[in-house]
Each structure stands twice: as C-alpha cells, then as structure tokens.
Design a protein around this ligand. Sequence first.
Ligand SMILES: *[C@@H]1O[C@H](CO)[C@@H](O)[C@H](O)[C@H]1NC(C)=O
Length: 402
Amino acid sequence: MGCKVFIMQCFVGFWDYETPKIMVVKNMTLGIIYRIVQLLIVTYFTWYVFISQKAYQESETGPESFIYTKMEGAAISGDTVQDTVEYSRPPEGGDVISAILRKEVTPNQKQGVCAEHFAVPKANCTKDSDCIPGRTDMSGNGQRTGRCVQYYNFTFKTCEIKSWCPIEEFAAIRELELKEAINFTVLIKNTIHFPKFRVAKSNVMRKRSKYYLQSCHYNEVTDIYCPNFKLGYIAEQAGEKFSELCKTGGVIGVFINWNCNLDLDPSECKPKYSFRRLDLRKNHASSGYNYRFAKYYSENGTEVRTMIKAFGMRIDVIVHGQAGKFSIIPTIINMVTALTSVGIVSFLCDWILLTFIDKDEVYSEKKFDEICKHSSHTPDMDITMNAEAEPTPLRKLPDPLF
Ligand SMILES: *[C@@H]1O[C@H](CO)[C@@H](O)[C@H](O)[C@H]1NC(C)=O
C-alpha cells in the first residue's frame, strides 16, 4: 500500500487537470472598461495596423535607383555667353549637379614670387628678419622666401612668398551675378527598380513625343511626368530667395519619393517631389556653397592660369521609395497578433477585478477552485490536499533510497 501511495503522491501536480472556468461578473464598471479597452485594441489594429500601415502587405524599401541630370538654358553675362558648358558642373550629371551663379575671377596667375596677403598671421613686416624663410602658413597662399616686400601698389610691406601670383585676395575681380539663371532648367531623370516585385518605374512618361520633354515644365497637377525644373522653382519650393543663393551659393536637396501600392493600378505609383535646403542657413558663417577651379593656357611658353572661385546652386537628388503588395504570410501573422492582443484585455480586467473590486474576496474564492471527488471505498487513494486530515502528507513518505 505504501509504495502505491508514494508513486501517486510523487505525481500529485502532474496528474491534476487544470481547466479555465467561465465566470460571469455582473459588474457595470468592469464591463464598461472591458468593452472600451477591447474597442481601442480593435480600432488600433484595423485602422492603424491594417489600413494605415498596410500590415497585410509584403513590403520593400530602398529601390535601386538611377539618376541622370542635365542643365538647360543660356544667358549673356557681361559680354560672354553663359551656356551649359560654362556654368554647369560636373559635365556628366549624376545625382549631384551645380550651376555657377557668380564668379570671382583672378586672371593671369603665374608661378613666381609676390607679397603675401596682410590678413595672414605674421605676414606684416618691416624688415627681412621678420619673415622666416621656408615657413608655410596653412591659411596663407605659399611659402615664405625670407624677404619683406611692398604690398603691391600700397605703401605697407608684407612677407614675400613663392606662389601663384598675384594672389587671389588682391587680384580677384567680382563678376556680376547670373540673375537669368532663375529661368534655367534642370532635367532630373530617375528610374527605380524594386527587385523583389520586379517592378520598374520612371519619372518620365514614355508615350509622349520626344519634343515634349524639351519644352515642358514640371507641374504637380498637369505635368507630373515632366521632370524639368526651373532653378527658380526649386529655390522657391525650398523656401529660399534666388537672389540670396546668387550671392552665397547653396545646396538644395531634391527628394523624390516613390510610394507604390502594387495592389492598385501601376499608374498610381507616382513620384512625389519635395525640396529642402541642405547646407547651413544664411546667417551661419560657413553657409553657402563655393569651390575653386582654374583654366590653364600658355603664354610664351610659361604656364598661366585664370583662377575662378565659383558660387553656385548645387542640387542633390535623393531618392526614397517603398513598395507593398498583398501577401498571405504577413496577413496571417498580423491577424494572430491582433486576436492575441484582444485576449490580453481579460488579463487586465482580471487584475482590476481581483485588486480593486474584489474587497471581500467573493470573486477570488469563486475563481480559484480545487475540486476533488472523494472515493468512498479506497480512502488511501484520496490524494487531494485536505489540510485537516493530512497536515503534512509528504513528511510521511519513506525515503526514496530505502
Ligand atoms: C524668367 O522668365 C519669366 C517668364 O518666363 C520672365 O518674366 C522673367 O523676366 C525671366 N527672368 C529673368 C531674370 O530673365
């Protein structure tokens, strides 16, 4: 008999069957909380997760993208014609292209010796010993020769340097702003490809005649597939004054966003453009955009250059994209998540019920039941915990080793 009881008691917990019991609580407050939280969760899943976030779709972001840019337009500035070759850089247009709007030109620079600019540290001098030969100042224009010379046609003296002479700060000529550039256009062709869905799209309509692209201008409503933007339009959309850009230069981002719902008609997958200035604002010391380049020529066998500091409007094209298409797996996963979440409400209500409402422990008594059926003929087999009859049933067990 002892052995049998021992084995049965070893598996006391194991042989118990637990089953949830439905308990209907007639409590208005709890009922209202239950329904409201349930409604919130259902609304969240249907409206936000399924309708807004399209959780039933398989999605792909970051499409493969190809960008080609080209500037168009010409104007007379002073007495030189400014055509695309003159003002547009770099010559092959990728996702970055810039138009020169203003130049500071330093003509006829040759390798030689001349006076350093007076604003360079320790460049002012009165005698040769003030200038250390071989010294090169990082903010200066060249290497010092050790002589103190007259500053061009002024009366004061600065250290002499070996450099491209005359120096830019002294000789640069400010040219007029290219105001006409406000009507120049930039063509931004963009083709994207979503490899997962094998969908390719372009921001240029194919069917139109080939002259269409040469004369059209982008319009959000009528000409959405004409990616010809006036520089003035881009500046305006980015909230910048074109005349301000002409003075300091600036970088403007053209963002193309492709948001494609492939469950709809393919024509619904349209490019959306937005514009924003990317460099620091006007009042910042280092704002604007400029760079230097030179044109070289030969004069009696000596190399001579025209150095140009160009202030321009740089356009950076940045492409974003995402595509989504119905797929059974995300649909099932999100459905299951939704249903599970609705079930969580009962845990919340149980907690409220047992913590706040159940003051006299009526509910908890009902909620946690232990049921045992006493067998009349074999009282030894009754293994349920009856505290009064068997206060410490486990202590009566023999040691398993003996
Ligand atoms: C740009 O074009 C508009 C109309 O096409 C014209 O009125 C304006 O004068 C032009 N701006 C410049 C600076 O040429």
